[in-house]
Design a protein around this ligand. Structure first.
Ligand code: PEP
Ligand code: MG
Length: 877
């Protein structure tokens, strides 16, 4: 049998082979085929990575021999030889998953160097300094990235030698200084690993490939995957590519560039480069890079060629490209191209501009913006009056727009911890690295002292939509004391600062933030999304204010109004409590009479805010004891207030106690026990609708939703109450009013018996919060405590309360849809659990044929876009 192919030369692949070759590998192959100058190389496939894990984290012999074979071809093509002293082949090794993933191992450069080849390289290039500089870089990278030896140990040596030699920059070090550094670096390796630095290039290579595979599963990569919905079984590819050198003198250099501005979307090539440097120098932000326009003066021919290839790449991929290039002694090479990460503002502008330029269609444009990114646009700006009087204490690069205000913390751990305690935090770092990812995700804003617009902090913050000011050299951070100093003032841990990610301004005080205005590109783009999508988007709103907010964001109705939230209002709670502690139906009815006008007013407000758009109102859902105090003192106070005996009230509270309230006396069970509650709520809903219909002439069709149904008979019981009361009021009013009675499907039994339930229910709304907790059998309030262990142990990849568990809970949803339609083909179907605003879950809802999703107001635009993307990928029209 033919062995499986795990290794592909660049000339054997193309852009469509992304799943197999990873994004980087597929694009290197595509560029090779397009005739763009790309250094020779090959890709070890993602399947090799999955095989590595299947085999218990061992690299298979077959993969190793395929790597060696590809290496021989590379040797032939480059006319260089691995480990050869006269003419050594040196390679870079880079990870490359289907989507670019900070958190994984990134790059090893100069692999193939050893004590002999370094001499060869020195002779060949006639540049001993260059050869030893390459070697010391390689030892450091290999030790750090492959073997996990602390980087700091190497940096300390470098700093010490620089100090002794009076060198300001690395470039000031001489060949003999670098030789000394190499010697000391090898010493560190020996001490840490208990064996000498590997001299055999093939061993270096296989170790490095294995390290890339390993890095797929490091904790940072796992966190990144969870934040970005990337499945763990994709694996990463590894790219091995012949080295070209940007550090061979003044006609060499290296840089990164975008075909458009990744922060604003402006159509202008945007990039940075360094003369006489290797790639890591640009990204690490150690030396300050030059703007790409300056290359025109430095190396005009390279500049022209670069500009023309960049433009071709953008036209070819029909998307903004993020490119890495190196110039080796006047010859330009492209090392990578990929669709560039960009801010939400830039994503919208680029998508709209590209349609207007005729480069892409509207449907293609819709796929170019990450739905979750829209969040960033909806985030606050600074209050204009406060900002006018605020003093700028420092200025850095405007790396990721938005406004942030919070307390300063200097480590990712502390930022995360204080965020979890409810504080707003700003993460301040010299520069960030992938292990900071959780702290960055927790922060309102990120401030770094070092790094350019393409530094880790800038790239990651833009992707997250988090405000970031990078490369702020004005501030001096003292990590040990946890302070930073700027113009003589010292800021401590816990002090407030504010950041403006659009200007780069840093303010030494708290500044109020305000909601943003939505217009321009956003409006145009979202209108296209609305034209395309077939799934409606509603909102979960409990107050007229929330409902109005959501309408501004494009909500087409209210999918869930949780009436209990209105009950918690200060002026209502006494009547609610009176109802709860009532001993008789008569007492209860008395209390409900007090609540009726308040509920009616609430519903009038929502109907008016929605201007005739559909509104689903759900009956009281939580267990009643949630409205009562538990503390003795509070019970005493309440007893006084309600003019009942303390002991009596205490006994009532105790009698309402439930061992497992989430599975207790709640939802429709309340209406079964106390039909008068359902009567009052029906009356409030119908009377409010009649009132607004009369006054405003909106065509209101109230949707009355009964929660927590698990049995058709209980639905029928409650529905009968609704129909009796509603019809009585409507008949008396002399007005024609249609209304619907439906249910939530949030108990597995309801999904399983949905054909029965649909005999009575005119609509279903999938309550996937409860459906998830009851399907998994763990509480939505407690799962957070142990889900972390499940991620660590790779049992779950994501939080099923955020991202719908399609294979389990989703199966129940699908079954509910199918059974419901069997009985009632025109049954109206929606979802109102938190998943209604999660893009991958929205896509699922589209695919199973729901009519709408409902989510919190701020997520409405996200859901609209996700719904449009679902339609483009899987058309229902
Ligand atoms: C649900 O269970 O999905 C739902 C929307 O209801 P709640 O979150 O109020 O229980
Ligand atoms: Mg529920």
């Amino acid at each position: 049998m033919e062995n499986k192919k795990y290794v592909y030369l660049f000339s054997e692949g193309n852009a469509t082979m992304r799943n197999l070759l990873g994004g980087k590998g597929a694009n290197l192959a595509e560029m090779t085929n397009l005739g763009i100058p790309v250094p020779q190389g090959f890709t070890v496939s993602t399947e090799a990575c999955t095989k590595y894990y299947e085999d218990g984290k061992v690299i298979n012999e077959d993969i190793v021999s395929q790597v060696y074979r590809a290496l021989s071809t590379m040797e032939e093509k480059t006319n260089k030889k691995f480990g050869n002293v006269e003419n050594p082949l040196l390679v870079s090794v880079r990870s490359g998953a289907r989507v670019s993933m900070p958190g994984m191992m990134d790059t090893i450069l100069n692999l193939g160097l050893n004590d002999n080849t370094v001499e060869g390289l020195s002779k060949l290039t006639n540049n001993e300094r260059f050869a030893y500089d390459s070697y010391r870089r390689f030892i450091q990278m290999f030790s750090d990235v492959v073997m996990g030896i602390e980087k700091r140990k190497f940096e300390d040596v470098l700093d010490k030698v620089k100090e002794v030699k009076g060198a300001k920059f690395d470039t000031d070090l001489s060949a003999s200084d670098l030789k000394e550094i190499v010697k000391q670096f090898k010493g560190i390796y020996m001490k840490e690993m208990g064996k000498p630095f590997p001299q055999e290039p093939k061993e270096q290579l296989i170790e490095s490939i294995t390290a890339v595979f390993r890095s797929w599963d490091n904790p940072r990569a796992i966190v990144y995957r969870r934040l970005n919905d990337i499945p763990g079984d994709w694996g990463t590819a590894v790219n091995v590519q012949s080295m070209v050198f940007g550090n061979m003198g003044e006609t060499s250099g290296t840089g990164v560039a975008f075909t458009r501005n990744p922060a604003t979307g402006e159509k202008l090539i945007f990039g940075e480069y360094l003369i006489n440097a290797q790639g890591e120098d640009v990204v690490a932000g150690i030396r300050t890079p030059q703007p790409i326009a300056k290359l025109k003066g430095d190396l005009p021919e390279c500049y022209e060629q670069f500009m023309s290839i960049a433009q071709n790449l953008e036209n070819h991929y029909k998307d903004m490209q993020d490119m890495e290039f190196t110039i080796e002694q006047g010859k330009l090479y492209f090392l990578q191209t990929r669709n560039g990460k960009r801010t939400a503002q830039a994503a919208l502008k680029v998508a709209v501009d590209m349609v207007n330029e005729g480069l892409i269609t509207k449907k293609e444009a819709i796929l170019k913006v990450e739905p979750k990114q829209l969040d960033a646009l909806l985030h606050p700006n600074f209050d204009q009056t406060e900002i006018k009087n605020a003093k700028v204490i420092a200025k850095g690069l405007p790396a990721s727009p938005g406004a942030a205000c919070g307390k300063v913390y200097f480590t990712a751990e502390e930022a995360k911890e204080h965020h979890e305690q409810g504080e707003k935090v700003v993460l301040v770092r010299l520069e960030t690295s992938p292990e900071d990812i959780e702290g960055m995700a927790a922060a309102e804003g990120i401030l770094t002292a070092r790094g350019g617009m393409t530094s880790h902090a800038a790239v990651v913050a833009r992707g997250m939509g988090t405000c970031c000011v990078a490369g702020c050299g004005d501030i001096r951070i003292n990590e040990k004391n946890e302070t930073f100093e700027v113009s003589g003032n010292v800021y401590h841990k816990g002090d407030y600062i504010s950041l403006d990610g659009s200007t780069g301004n840093v303010y030494g005080q708290a500044i109020k933030t305000v909601e943003p205005e939505i217009s321009g590109y956003f409006g145009t783009f979202m209108a296209w999304a609305d034209d395309i999508r077939t799934l409606k988007v509603r909102t979960n709103a409990d107050t007229p204010r929330d409902a109005m907010h959501a309408v501004k964001f494009g909500a087409e109705g209210v999918g869930l109004c949780r009436t209990e939230h209105m009950f918690f209002d200060e002026d209502r709670i006494p009547a609610v409590r009176e109802m709860i502690i009532s001993k008789t139906e008569e007492q209860r009815r008395k209390a409900l009479v007090k609540l009726l006008p308040m509920q009616r007013e609430d519903f009038i407000g929502i109907y008016e805010a929605m201007e005739g758009k559909p509104v689903t109102i759900r009956f009281l859902d939580p267990p009643l004891h949630e409205f009562l105090p538990t503390d003795e003192e509070d019970i005493k106070d309440l007893a006084k207030e309600m003019e009942v005996g303390f002991e009596e009230l205490k006994a009532t509270v105790a009698s309402l106690h439930e061992v497992n309230p989430m599975m207790g006396h709640r939802g429709c069970r309340l209406a079964v026990s106390y039909p008068e509650i359902a009567e009052m709520q029906t009356r409030a809903i119908i009377e409010a609708a009649i009132d607004v219909k009369k006054r405003k002439n909106y065509d209101i069709v109230p949707e009355i939703m009964i929660p927590l149904i698990g049995e058709i008979k209980e639905l029928k019981f409650v529905k009968d109450i609704v129909v009796r009361v509603a019809n009585e009021i409507i008949d008396k009013s002399g007005i024609k009013l249609k209304y619907l009675v439906g249910t939530m499907i949030e108990i597995p039994r309801a999904a399983i018996t949905a054909d029965e339930i649909a005999k009575e229910a005119e609509f279903f709304s999938f309550g996937t919060n409860d459906l998830t907790q009851l399907t998994f059998g763990f509480s939505r309030d407690d799962a957070g405590k142990f889900l972390g262990d499940y991620y660590d142990k790779k049992i779950y990849e994501s939080d099923p309360f955020q991202r719908l568990d399609q294979s389990g809970v989703g199966k129940l949803v699908k079954m509910g849809v199918e059974l419901g339609k069997q009985t009632r083909p025109d049954i109206h179907l929606g979802i109102c659990g938190e998943h209604g605003g999660d893009p991958s879950s929205v896509e699922f809802c589209h695919s199973v044929g729901l009519d709408y999703v409902s989510c919190s107001p701020f997520r409405v635009p996200v859901a609209r876009l996700a719904a449009a993307q679902a339609e483009v990928k899987n058309p229902r029209k």
